[in-house]
Design a protein. Structure first.
Length: 573
């Protein structure tokens, strides 16, 4: 008989047991089990996987399109994180078609397994770290909202994505050349031998010390259970902080974006974390069982009956765990996708969220523009008439209430200043003029006519742009200083020409809630004394003429704090 051209035989379990014939009962039993697995694999990795891949690819593509073209449902930073998660899911679903449920290890499938099996693990690791990054970012945003709105308080998204890609690559691809190899093998044919390629494991894989150092320890730290435990803890903690922030006194405060869009981002991320834990736990168990403990790892013709049963069981576990990963990647987009609504127009829902109390002022906003340009123009004209006096009064009162602001302006603590100092002294007048420019730059866009309902999105983007530009000032002013700025400007624009300090009953504005790009205040304390109630109604009546633009002023007035950050940085440098 002619000698084989190469040493290795292209091992095929089905062909091997079929060649033993009907006489060997053990071979017949194994053949029946392998054929049963083939049917199971055809259903799980054939039909179900194809359906999941098709559904997941279409859904993730639609969600990415929605994020980049209608990104009104999430912040820009979260939208980029979700886009990256969709990319990982799409890559993993593509790997499912090429690497899952492949029983032969010979021919073209050897090249596919050599490339796509580590690439599938690469995608799984990237998905784990991406979900972890989203969870950490949301926890930081909820626990330290003002700090996270500053550019210095956030890591670069490019740096985060690069670390995820490079780390996942190092964890999954660097060990492949040391664990697997492609060799030439031969098959018997009627006309001789046929040379093919087969993927085999190296002897190093069977070394337990190598398995512990290269698989067990990295998997425990970077795949599971450490990331899963961190995700679970941070998710619970985020929900606790968010729930506490939504309650002020006896009032239940709903975040502005959630109220406007009818969406709860924290609940979505909780669903994502729970689904992530369920679908990745079996993958972790399967990895430890097969790669660390060596369960079902031998596939030679010298297997014992127990080893063969373990091998077949490992095939079932692998297919089922891979199916859970495919389900996870194919359905993540369902949690965040914004389905179209036909009940009411989006502009009305968003406008309702900008009122002082949505339940009591819905009728006022129905059929109206979110911003009254005529009233805003009147306010702008009033501000221009008394611009220097208003800004000087604001700066004077802020200096009296906060010594750090006074020092940032270059004023000595023992210096005697008054409102006229901010109008007559050149250095102080520069700060007065700068504050006036900032306020006027905000009021000018509000005074423009708006006839299109989509202008509400433009106002949101305008407020967001201002917030990003002057976000650091939130770390330097407290509630009392904000109260001074708010009351000074409101009384001045309401027609009060006095520039000295104006005292107002604190019961009118008991609670100030700063949330993102808007500021909503609530009146929640009632007094039984008729005289006190009369005073409150009288003061409230003074505000009624500006009620249509007051909310927008609250959104913009918080941006005045950026002035003091500019002054602080100027003095610092």
């Amino acid at each position: 008989m002619e000698e084989p051209p190469v040493e290795a035989w292209c091992f095929d379990l089905l062909l091997f047991y079929r060649s033993l014939g009907e006489d060997d009962p053990q071979a017949k039993k194994m053949l029946n089990e392998l054929e049963a697995y083939e049917k199971f694999s055809f259903v799980v990795n054939g039909l179900i996987t194809c359906l999941l891949v098709s559904f997941g690819l279409i859904g993730n593509a639609l969600f990415v399109y929605q994020l980049h073209n209608k990104s009104t449902h999430f912040s820009r930073r979260l939208a980029k994180h979700l886009t990256a998660l969709c990319v990982w899911d799409i890559a993993l679903l593509c790997c499912c078609l090429f690497s899952y449920g492949i029983l032969p290890f010979v021919g073209i499938t050897a090249y596919l397994l050599y490339l796509f099996q580590p690439f599938a693990s690469f995608c799984v690791t990237g998905t784990i770290w991406q979900v972890l990054a989203i969870t950490i970012e949301r926890h930081k945003a909820v626990s330290n909202p003002l700090e996270q709105r500053t550019r210095k308080g956030q890591f670069s998204l490019r740096l985060i994505f690069s670390c995820i890609v490079l780390g996942a690559f190092a964890l999954n691809f660097l060990t492949v050349p040391f664990e697997r190899t492609l060799i030439d093998c031969y098959e018997f044919r009627s006309n001789g031998f046929e040379i093919k390629t087969m993927i085999v494991q190296r002897e190093l894989v069977n070394n337990q010390y190598y398995a512990i150092l290269s698989h067990l320890i990295p998997d425990l730290i970077f795949r599971a259970p450490t990331p899963i435990i961190i995700i679970a803890i941070l998710t619970v903690r985020t929900l606790q902080i968010a729930s506490a922030q939504r309650t002020i006194g006896h009032q239940n405060i709903i975040p502005q974006r959630q109220r406007a869009l009818g969406r709860n981002v924290h609940l979505m991320l909780t669903f994502l974390s729970i689904k992530f834990i369920i679908c990745n736990t079996l993958y972790l168990f399967n990895t430890i069982l097969m790669e660390i403990m060596g369960y079902g790892g031998k596939t030679s013709s010298q297997q014992t009956e127990l080893e063969m049963e373990q091998y077949i069981s490992s095939l079932y576990l692998t297919d089922f765990s891979n199916m859970l990963l495919a389900i996870h990647s194919a359905t993540n987009w369902l949690i965040f996708y914004k389905w179209p609504e036909c009940k009411e127009k989006k502009v009305k829902r968003f406008a309702t969220s900008l009122t002082l109390s949505a339940s009591s002022r819905v009728d006022w906003l129905k059929g109206s523009s979110p911003i009254d340009s005529t009233t805003a123009e009147q306010a702008l004209n009033k501000f221009r008439l008394l611009r220097d006096e208003i800004c000087a009064d604001i700066l004077f009162n802020l200096c009296n209430s906060c010594s750090s602001i006074k020092n940032a302006l270059g004023i000595q603590n023992n210096s005697n200043i008054n409102i006229q100092s901010f109008l007559t002294e050149n250095i102080l007048y520069e700060y007065t003029n700068l504050l006036g420019n900032i306020i006027e730059s905000i009021l000018i866009p509000l005074a423009r006519p708006n006839s299109d309902e989509n202008n509400i999105i433009e106002w949101r983007d305008f407020c967001r742009q201002i917030g990003y530009q002057y976000a650091q000032i939130n770390s330097y002013l407290n509630a009392e200083q904000w109260k001074i700025i708010r009351l000074k400007l409101i009384f001045a624009l309401n027609g009060t020409t006095r520039t000295h300090s104006i005292q107002i009953d604190d019961r009118i504005n008991q609670t100030l809630l700063i949330n993102g790009n808007s500021t909503n205040y609530l009146i929640n304390k009632e007094e039984n004394n008729e005289e006190q109630e009369y005073k409150k109604r009288k003061i409230w009546h003074q505000f009624s003429s500006l009620q249509k633009i007051k909310i927008n002023y609250y959104q913009k007035l918080q941006q005045q704090q950026q002035l003091f950050q500019i002054i602080y940085n100027k003095k610092k440098h």
